[in-house]
Design a protein around this ligand. Structure first.
Ligand SMILES: Cc1cc2nc3c(=O)[nH]c(=O)nc-3n(C[C@H](O)[C@H](O)[C@H](O)COP(=O)(O)OP(=O)(O)OC[C@H]3O[C@@H](n4cnc5c(N)ncnc54)[C@H](O)[C@@H]3O)c2cc1C
Length: 397
C-alpha cells in the first residue's frame, strides 16, 4: 500500500507531526513505524516533563522560536484534554560567581525571546521556598514554566491519531530509506514523503540512507536522584542559572503528579545509544568509536568537555552529588537521596567537528522526499507542536 506520509519513530515529534499532518491534509494516509512495543520507551517517556518557556535559547534560533510557540500550544492541548498539569512556575538561582554574572545575560535573552520574567530578591525566594538556598542577591522567576506527564500526553495523542485513522505499527524497526521506500526486516513501505524522527537513531538511519552530513553522535546520559524525605517540598521548579555554552540546563528539581521530588539529570558521557543501565553499548564497534571520540574531545578539551567530564565524575557518588546540590537546597541531607533506577534518559546529542562544539540547536535536513530530524534535544518535548508545523512547512508540502 502507498501512504501519503510515513513517519519513523513515535516519540513526541512523530506523534505531533502525524497530528498536524492530519489537520492540514485530513484525507491523507499516514503510517508511523516504531521499533518498540510502545511510544514512550525513550526520550519522550523519560524526560522531566517540564514545559519550558524558551528563556535559554539564542534569540531567533529554532529552539527559541519553536519552544516559545510550541509550549503555549502544548499547554492548550493538555488543558483541552483535561490532562494533568502543574503550572507552578520556575525559579532560577545563581550557584557560583560565574553563574551570578550570567543572570543578566539570561534575563535579557529571555526578554528578547518574548518570555515573561521577573527578577526577585533573595529574601523573597527564601520566603516562598523554605528549602532553597539562594546565595546571591537576586534570582529569576518565570511564571509560565509548568510540569506535565509526558506519558499521559503521548497516550492522549495516540488515542486522537487512532480515531483519525493514522496507522501505528509497533515492533517495526526501520533499517533505511531508499528513495520513497522505507525498508524494515520484514516489509517495504512506500510513501509520498518520509519523515525520519527516530530520536537516538535518527543520525544512524540518515547515514544508512546515504545522507551525507558532517555531524557525529555524542550521547549524554541523565540520571535523577529521588528525595526520600517526605517533608521536603518545593512550590516551584528550582533550576540553576546555567552555563549557556552547553546545551544542558544543570541539575534541577522536578516533580510528578504523585508529589515525588527528584533532582537531576546528570550529563554523563555514555558509550551506547540506549544504555540506560550501563555505560557500554551492545554494538561493540559503536562503543569503541564513542569511547575514542569522547576521549579525544576530553583530552583536547574541545567545547570544554574535559571540564564537564570532571564535574560529572564527581556526581557519580551520592556524596559527590550531594556536595553539588547542597549549594541550592537547604535542610537536605545526603541520606535523603536515593538514585532512581527507572528515571534515566539519554540525550540524542550531536557534535560538529567543524566548529568543535556540541550542536546547540535542532538540525533538520530536507531531501526531495525525505526529512531527517537530528539533535531533537531539550526542549523538543515542549516545542513539539510548533516543531511539527515547522517540519511540514520546511518540507514544502
Ligand atoms: C534526561 C532528559 C530530560 C529531558 N527533559 C525535558 C524536559 O523537561 N522538557 C523538554 O521539553 N524536553 C526534555 N528533554 C528532551 C525531550 O525528551 C526530547 O527532546 C524529546 O523527547 C525528543 O522526542 P523524539 O520524538 O525526537 O525522540 P524519542 O522520544 O526518542 O522518539 C524516537 C522514537 O523513534 C524510535 N526509533 C528509533 N529507531 C528506530 C528505528 N530504526 N525504527 C523505528 N523506530 C525507531 C524510538 O524507539 C523512539 O520511540 C529531556 C531529555 C532527556 C534525555
Amino acid at each position: 500500500m502507498k501512504y501519503d506520509f510515513a513517519i519513523i519513530g513515535s516519540g513526541i515529534i512523530g506523534l505531533t507531526l502525524a497530528y498536524k499532518l492530519k489537520q492540514k491534509f485530513n484525507n491523507s494516509k499516514i503510517l508511523i513505524l516504531e521499533k518498540e512495543p510502545n511510544s514512550v520507551s525513550h526520550g519522550s517517556g523519560r524526560n522531566s516533563g517540564v514545559i519550558h518557556s524558551g528563556i535559554y535559547y539564542e534569540p531567533r534560533s529554532l529552539r527559541a522560536n519553536l519552544c516559545v510557540a510550541g509550549a503555549k500550544e502544548l499547554k492548550e492541548y493538555i488543558k483541552s484534554k483535561k490532562l494533568w498539569i502543574n503550572e507552578c512556575g520556575k525559579i532560577l538561582i545563581p550557584t557560583s560567581d560565574d553563574s551570578n554574572s550570567n543572570l543578566n545575560n539570561l534575563y535579557e535573552r529571555g526578554q528578547k525571546n518574548g518570555v515573561s520574567i521577573n527578577k526577585i530578591k533573595k529574601d523573597e525566594v527564601e520566603k516562598i521556598e523554605p528549602y532553597v538556598n539562594c546565595q546571591f542577591d537576586c534570582a529569576l522567576h518565570i511564571p509560565f514554566t509548568s510540569v506535565a506527564d509526558p506519558k499521559e500526553v503521548s497516550k492522549s495523542l495516540i488515542d486522537d491519531l487512532v480515531k483519525l485513522d493514522v496507522e501505528i505499527k509497533y515492533n517495526s524497526k526501520v533499517l533505511k530509506i531508499e528513495n520513497n521506500q522505507i525498508l524494515t526486516k520484514e516489509n517495504n513501505f512506500e510513501a509520498g514523503h518520509i519523515f525520519n524522527c527516530a530520536g537516538l537513531f535518527a543520525d544512524e538511519i540518515a547515514k544508512n540512507s546515504n545522507l551525507e552530513f558532517r555531524y557525529s553522535f555524542l550521547p549524554f546520559k541523565g540520571k535523577y536522584w529521588k528525595i526520600k524525605n517526605k517533608e521536603f517540598r518545593l512550590n516551584h521548579l528550582i533550576y540553576p542559572i546555567p552555563d549557556l555554552r552547553y546545551p544542558f540546563l544543570g541539575l534541577h528539581s522536578s516533580h510528578n503528579r504523585n508529589g515525588d521530588f527528584y533532582i537531576g539529570p546528570s550529563s554523563t558521557p555514555v558509550f551506547g545509544r540506549e544504555q540506560y543501565e550501563s555505560f557500554i553499548g551492545d554494538n561493540i564497534k559503536e562503543t569503541i568509536n564513542l569511547m575514542f571520540n569522547f576521549s579525544k574531545k576530553i583530552i583536547l578539551n574541545e567545547n570544554k568537555l574535559r571540564t564537564l567530564a570532571l564535574q560529572e565524575i564527581s556526581l557519580l557518588t551520592k556524596q559527590g552529588f550531594y556536595n553539588q546540590i547542597k549549594k541550592m537546597f537547604k535542610n537536605l541531607k545526603a541520606n535523603d537521596l536515593e538514585l532512581s533506577n527507572t528515571k534515566v534518559g539519554i540525550r540524542s546529542q550531536i557534535f560538529d567537528p567543524q566548529s568543535k562544539n556540541l550542536v546547540n540547536d535542532f538540525v533538520i535536513i530536507n531531501q526531495k522526499q525525505t526529512t531527517h530530524v537530528l539533535n531533537a534535544i531539550s526542549p523538543a518535548w515542549s516545542a513539539s507542536f510548533a516543531f511539527a508545523d515547522h517540519l511540514i512547512k520546511e518540507a514544502n508540502l
